[in-house]
Design a protein around this ligand. Structure first.
Ligand code: ZN
Length: 104
Protein backbone atom coordinates (compact mmCIF):
# COMPACT_ATOMS: atom_id res chain seq x y z
CA UNK A 1 0.00 0.00 0.00
CA UNK A 2 1.09 3.56 -0.69
CA UNK A 3 0.26 6.02 2.06
CA UNK A 4 0.60 9.79 2.02
CA UNK A 5 2.43 11.48 4.92
CA UNK A 6 2.92 15.15 5.64
CA UNK A 7 6.27 16.34 6.91
CA UNK A 8 5.99 19.65 8.86
CA UNK A 9 9.08 20.91 6.98
CA UNK A 10 9.02 19.30 3.50
CA UNK A 11 5.30 18.74 2.86
CA UNK A 12 3.58 15.64 1.44
CA UNK A 13 5.40 12.49 0.38
CA UNK A 14 4.30 8.98 -0.53
CA UNK A 15 5.45 6.07 1.64
CA UNK A 16 5.16 2.48 0.43
CA UNK A 17 4.78 -0.23 3.10
CA UNK A 18 2.80 -3.38 3.84
CA UNK A 19 -0.41 -3.22 5.86
CA UNK A 20 1.25 -5.00 8.84
CA UNK A 21 4.17 -2.52 8.82
CA UNK A 22 1.85 0.50 8.74
CA UNK A 23 2.50 3.27 11.29
CA UNK A 24 0.51 6.49 11.74
CA UNK A 25 3.77 8.46 11.66
CA UNK A 26 7.09 7.75 9.89
CA UNK A 27 10.42 9.53 9.47
CA UNK A 28 10.60 11.93 6.52
CA UNK A 29 13.03 10.55 3.88
CA UNK A 30 14.54 14.03 3.30
CA UNK A 31 14.93 15.67 6.73
CA UNK A 32 14.32 12.67 9.07
CA UNK A 33 11.65 14.55 11.05
CA UNK A 34 8.52 12.65 12.11
CA UNK A 35 5.77 12.98 9.50
CA UNK A 36 2.06 12.33 10.21
CA UNK A 37 -0.21 10.29 7.97
CA UNK A 38 -2.26 12.54 5.67
CA UNK A 39 -5.64 10.76 5.62
CA UNK A 40 -7.35 13.49 3.60
CA UNK A 41 -4.86 13.20 0.72
CA UNK A 42 -5.40 9.43 0.52
CA UNK A 43 -9.20 9.78 0.77
CA UNK A 44 -9.26 12.35 -2.05
CA UNK A 45 -7.31 10.02 -4.34
CA UNK A 46 -9.79 7.19 -3.61
CA UNK A 47 -12.85 9.41 -4.11
CA UNK A 48 -11.59 10.64 -7.49
CA UNK A 49 -11.52 7.00 -8.70
CA UNK A 50 -15.09 6.21 -7.54
CA UNK A 51 -17.62 6.24 -10.38
CA UNK A 52 -20.71 8.15 -9.20
CA UNK A 53 -23.00 7.28 -12.13
CA UNK A 54 -26.26 5.53 -11.13
CA UNK A 55 -26.16 1.74 -10.98
CA UNK A 56 -29.84 0.78 -10.56
CA UNK A 57 -32.63 1.08 -13.11
CA UNK A 58 -34.63 3.21 -10.67
CA UNK A 59 -31.81 5.71 -10.19
CA UNK A 60 -31.30 5.96 -13.97
CA UNK A 61 -35.04 6.62 -14.39
CA UNK A 62 -34.96 9.27 -11.65
CA UNK A 63 -31.94 10.96 -13.27
CA UNK A 64 -33.57 10.95 -16.71
CA UNK A 65 -36.84 12.26 -15.26
CA UNK A 66 -35.00 15.12 -13.52
CA UNK A 67 -33.47 16.14 -16.87
CA UNK A 68 -36.90 16.57 -18.49
CA UNK A 69 -38.82 19.84 -18.46
CA UNK A 70 -42.07 20.32 -16.51
CA UNK A 71 -44.04 20.30 -19.82
CA UNK A 72 -42.48 16.99 -20.92
CA UNK A 73 -43.26 15.42 -17.54
CA UNK A 74 -46.84 16.73 -17.68
CA UNK A 75 -47.31 15.28 -21.22
CA UNK A 76 -46.08 11.87 -20.04
CA UNK A 77 -48.31 12.01 -16.96
CA UNK A 78 -51.36 12.83 -19.12
CA UNK A 79 -50.47 10.05 -21.60
CA UNK A 80 -50.13 7.44 -18.83
CA UNK A 81 -53.21 8.63 -16.90
CA UNK A 82 -55.61 9.45 -19.76
CA UNK A 83 -57.90 6.57 -18.73
CA UNK A 84 -58.50 8.26 -15.37
CA UNK A 85 -60.01 11.34 -17.05
CA UNK A 86 -62.03 9.48 -19.68
CA UNK A 87 -65.75 8.73 -19.11
CA UNK A 88 -66.21 4.95 -19.01
CA UNK A 89 -68.32 3.36 -21.80
CA UNK A 90 -71.29 2.04 -19.80
CA UNK A 91 -74.70 0.71 -20.94
CA UNK A 92 -77.56 3.21 -21.12
CA UNK A 93 -78.97 4.22 -17.77
CA UNK A 94 -75.82 3.23 -15.77
CA UNK A 95 -73.59 5.73 -14.01
CA UNK A 96 -69.98 5.19 -12.94
CA UNK A 97 -69.38 4.94 -9.20
CA UNK A 98 -68.20 8.10 -7.56
CA UNK A 99 -64.75 7.40 -6.12
CA UNK A 100 -64.10 9.91 -3.34
CA UNK A 101 -60.79 11.73 -3.78
CA UNK A 102 -60.43 10.65 -7.45
CA UNK A 103 -63.61 11.77 -9.22
CA UNK A 104 -64.47 14.71 -6.95
ZN1 ZN B 1 10.84 16.41 5.89
Amino acid sequence: MIYTYTCPKCGDFAHNCTLSAYKPSVKCPSCKKMAERNLMADCESIISVVDATPKTLGSVADRNSDRRSVDERHDTFMKHNAYRFKKPNLPKGMEPLNRPGIDT
